[in-house]
Design a binder for this molecule. Structure first.
Ligand SMILES: [Zn+2]
Length: 293
């Protein structure tokens, strides 16, 4: 894997050729380790255009409460390494959206364009969440969830494919890891948060189904300890790769089983503005003190 810091924003990461001749031979998968290794406020906070209008280039991402903190970008990078290794072994070609975990990669909208230019078969954005303990009355928030974007350039058909992919992610993460489904993102279908005009990293996709997986909650010490364990990281990766295979290779898993909801689902508390982890998501409109150095 290439490494090395770069001072200017990169145009993206490398394209990696397959290592094996597996079921994903001929498929091109974009893996997006969320956020960037370095944080340049002027660059990251700049407004950029996107499929959902003007948006911040990129959030800093969350981090653990440890001293020194473990950054979300690093977790995303580590998990993505396992994903890439498995994809290449399955025969896929992989395009990374950033080349290392030290420099500054492309803004969120550009990451979708990387997939568009390649005519990629799948877009996977890997993130960790930063849900505070006790927020919304949940003492022990933990577990994975998946986000998708309703206002996707590819339209209703691509939204359906992305929803099916999200369902595959939830099913395989449940089956193949010891991790729990999120207990603080009670969405419909379970574990799937359907955003509307909020995720610039997915909204620009034209023909590539895309999901954003929040692999767990870094603010929860027990969840964090598991997330830092390479065995957990590889299990998460194996599940996500299995879900990609389901989405691309198995017709029975290529359409959503859950009825797409035409409008954003309300939270049980009835307050859309109190959306869990909205402050963490890559293009969330709300910002939280501490998220941005
Ligand atoms: Zn993130």
């Amino acid at each position: 894997m290439p490494s090395g810091a770069f001072s200017k924003p990169s145009k993206g990461g490398p394209t990696l050729g397959p290592v094996g001749d597996g079921p994903l031979a001929g498929k091109v998968i974009v893996v997006d380790p969320g956020h960037n290794g370095a944080f340049n406020p002027a660059y990251h906070n700049a407004r950029v255009s996107s499929a959902i209008g003007g948006t911040k280039c990129m959030e800093s991402g969350t981090e653990s409460d440890e001293k020194p903190a473990f950054g979300e970008h690093e977790l995303n990078w580590q998990v993505s390494q396992f994903v890439v290794t498995r994809l290449l072994a399955e025969g896929a070609t992989v395009i990374l959206t950033r080349p290392d975990d030290e420099g500054v990669g492309p803004c969120n909208p550009e990451r979708a364009e990387i997939a568009n230019r390649a005519g990629a078969d799948f877009f996977l954005s890997v993130h960790g969440d930063g849900e505070r303990l006790g927020r919304n009355g949940i003492a022990d928030p933990q577990g994975f969830h998946v986000q998708i974007e309703k206002r996707i350039v590819g339209g209703a058909a691509l939204y359906d494919r992305s929803l099916a992919a999200a369902e595959n992610m939830i099913r395989q993460l449940t089956a193949m890891t010891e991790e729990p489904l999120s207990n603080y993102v009670p969405r419909q279908p379970p574990g799937i948060w359907q955003r509307t005009g909020e995720l610039a990293v997915l909204a620009g996709l034209e023909t590539t189904p895309g999901v954003l997986v929040e692999v767990g909650n870094m603010k929860n010490p027990a969840n964090l300890a598991r997330l830092k364990d390479p065995a957990t990281q590889d299990a998460l990766a194996a599940a996500m790769v299995a879900a990609i295979e389901d989405t691309l290779l198995k017709p029975e898993f290529q359409t959503p089983t859950s009825k797409p909801t035409p409008t954003p689902t309300a939270t049980p508390s009835g307050s859309a503005s109190a959306s869990p982890s909205a402050s963490e998501s890559p293009t969330a409109t709300a910002s939280t003190p501490g998220e941005t150095p």
